[in-house]
Design a protein around this ligand. Sequence first.
Ligand code: A3P
Length: 326
Amino acid sequence: MASSSEGLQAYEEEKLLSLPKESGWGSRHLYLHQHFWCPSTHFQGVINFQNHFLAKDSDVIVASFPKSGTTWLKALTFSILNRQRFSSSHNHPLLTSNPHELVPFLDFIFHGDNIHDKLSHLSNMTEPRVFGTHLPFPSLPKSIKESSCKIVYICRNPFDTFVSLWIFANKINPHSMHELTIEEALEKSCKGIVGFGPTWEHMLGYWRESIANPNKVLFLKYEELKEDANFHVKRVAEFLDCPFTKEEESNGVIENIIKLCSFQKMKNLDVNKSGTVGRNLEKKYLFRKGEIGDWVNYFSPAMIEKLSKTMEEKLSGSGLSFKTCS
Ligand code: A3P
């Protein structure tokens, strides 16, 4: 049963008890809710978000599978949208606030009581409002799907995502390493049993929607953003109907945004070096290496074979591929 510290109401606990359950890593338990594995710690927030959130047409949603570059994309999206309000170099909110404070997760906002206070706070926020979510596309509230709000999605090659998550989970829950090995964690992950997974279902849901509805969902890859940030930052701005002007381009506005949101800059800001964000998450854990290909330092040949085969099976025919599996 979910602990009372997870703050569940009686009816939520009852619903939770009826769902298939697995032990998780990072979060104590995972519950199979609407075809995805919802961490027990997020259950109440997710249900309330699904039931109560009302999207506005001007909203922008940064969606991702955990450890795919969410923090980075939140920083970039916030900076792109607010570039007229805040110069990139002086008094920018990102210099004093973590990206997750400026772009809060809708999956967390609704945790706890006082839904009506939260809704009223949300409805008074400066527009365009920018939010984050880890929910798979099919599970997003109707108002997000049916309004004209836009979704920017980031995914990352599953090898690096897995390693990033494994290390992160062990930092936030040092006991998890004693509970299961990296090989066992990969086994679970390949079976889809991972918070907000299955990973491929998550990616494919947004991938397919980005093809069917390119004005609604912009699909980005962490690796491509790293390789050519300038090109993709311009793509994001165009998608959000706020393209950079020629003058902005020649004044270095794009480069300033990229610099401000870069891994080194963000990691070394005092605001990101200590303290917590959201539900007691140490901010320093959000910035590790920020590299492509660190997975080679953690995967055995058997693990490479396992994940490569799973990806081949799950992604084949979708048109979605990653360089590591070729
Ligand atoms: P690593 O663990 O491989 O270093 P998320 O933000 O979705 O939790 O993803 C976390 C991953 O993104 C971590 O990867 C983290 O280091 C990396 N990251 C965080 N901020 C970044 C930035 N500004 N630029 C590039 N990568 C970043």
